[in-house]
Design a protein around this ligand. Structure first.
Ligand code: HMG
Length: 385
């Protein structure tokens, strides 16, 4: 008998600060409608210097772990492109913070926004072979393009933590997926840079081309069509991007089904619209948003399009499980997003410039404003404290 494997629990964390896109538009001399409608973003998470990908991942993972689950975790697969060390994996720092067993395999995975999908698929394959084990998969990032750049409106940040297990509560992953790799210079960040380089318009075209390629290949492999899907979730660098992806395939559905898929898309973009891009975590925040705001039923099939610039695309699918609502803390996530404080553009710019110090000097951060269980207090002797 084949064991069901998939996503058992999901946690999400983003810091308690945000920037309103209307304020940013005014400061940049842009029409607010361009940011809110043209790009499709309302708010953007602002990441204080006291949070990095490790602390954000710990804050997300702590929501879904119990002492018993911690003893069952065999691997931590940490997808990120905002790593804090060129050698030591963020997963090792995380395993320590979460007090996981030393009998845990902990590694970091990188391929732009695709890293967490690589983690999810590797985790699922591992659990298919070792059904007693659980794997913690992380997608955590801080999206930084630079002040006054075209990409600025598409920044954001946060962490998604997923527990992959046999007989999952939320989603059974189906085994077939379609993936596509090509060496493309649409978005990249050389090791000497703290901000991404991007050929913005080109990147949006490559995203859509990759979606077309993997969706066609997935249909060829599975013989499934759009009629077999209740919803499609997309990597959302900004919500308009996923909307364009959906529009690409929508004409192949009946008018009634088009309305259902569009309603499901609205549900799946609601939280991303208020957080911004979190690179590796964006697709999974969108899935969480669908779980929270959509009207799903057990057995429905959900499509996932993962895209990481550079570039890698993958389309895969999963089936909603009967008790999916028990796999995440809906009220806690509503509170997390509702209780954030709006910062002014001036405060955002100040925090943006404090974010990284690449000089290796000792530093102590002002942690007085921190409310999260895990935060960064500073650096001593070139080590995080
Ligand atoms: P831009 O030059 O600011 O925007 O760049 P634009 O002039 O193309 O306008 C954007 C949209 O707003 C257009 O709509 C305009 O018509 C509309 P569209 O034609 O696209 O449907 N617009 C208005 N709408 C209403 N009222 C108005 C108004 N004015 C204009 N007054 C761009 C936009 C996304 C290129 C830029 O923000 C950027 O470079 N962002 C970063 C790159 C990015 O997010 N790429 C996405 C694909 S690549 C990816 O997803 C991977 C990634 O996550 C990284 C990774 O993998 O690690 C980025």
């Amino acid at each position: 008998m084949t064991v069901k494997v998939g996503i058992d629990k999901i946690g999400f964390y983003t810091p308690n600060l945000y920037l309103d896109m209307v304020d940013l538009a005014h400061a940049r001399g842009a029409d607010p409608a361009k940011y809110q409608v043209g790009i499709g973003q309302s708010k953007q998470a602002v990441i204080p210097p006291t949070q990095d990908v490790v602390t954000m991942a710990a804050n997300a993972a702590a929501q879904i772990l119990t002492p018993t689950i911690k003893t069952q975790i065999a691997m931590v697969l940490f997808g990120t492109e905002s790593g804090i060390d060129n050698s030591k994996a963020t997963a090792v720092y995380l395993a320590h913070l979460l007090e996981l067993s030393p009998q845990t395999r902990a590694v970091e995975l990188k391929q732009a926004c695709y890293g967490a999908t690589a983690g999810l698929q590797l985790a699922a394959d591992y659990v298919r072979v070792h059904p007693q084990a659980k794997v913690l998969v992380i997608g955590a990032d801080i999206a930084r393009y630079g002040l006054r750049t075209a990409g600025e409106v598409t920044q954001g940040g946060g962490a998604v933590a997923m527990l992959v297990a046999a007989n999952p509560q939320i989603l059974e992953l189906e085994a077939t997926s379609s993936y596509h790799t090509a060496d493309v210079m649409d978005f990249w960040r050389p090791t000497y840079r703290t901000e991404a380089l991007v050929d913005g318009k080109y990147s949006t075209n490559v995203y859509l081309d990759f979606f077309a390629a993997v969706w066609a290949d997935y249909q060829r492999q599975t013989k499934l069509t759009i009629a077999d899907f209740a919803a499609f979730t997309f990597h959302l660098p900004f919500t308009k991007m996923g909307r364009k992806g959906l529009r690409q395939i929508l004409p192949t559905a009946t008018p009634e089904h088009q309305a259902q898929l569009t309603a499901a898309f609205e549900a799946s973009q609601a939280d991303n619209r208020d957080v911004g891009n979190l690179y590796t975590g964006s697709l999974y925040l969108s899935f969480l948003s669908l779980l929270r705001h959509g009207h799903l039923q057990a057995g429905q099939r959900i499509g996932f399009f993962s895209y990481g610039s550079g570039a890698e695309g993958e389309f895969f699918s999963g089936l909603i499980q009967p008790n999916y609502r028990q796999g995440f803390d809906d009220a806690g996530l509503t509170d997390l997003l509702a209780n954030r404080r709006a910062v002014s553009v001036a405060e955002y710019e100040q925090l943006y410039n404090q974010q990284l110090s690449s000089d290796g000097q000792d530093m102590q951060l002002a942690v007085g404003q921190e409310q999260a269980p895990y935060y960064l207090a500073g650096r001593q002797h070139e080590q995080r404290v």
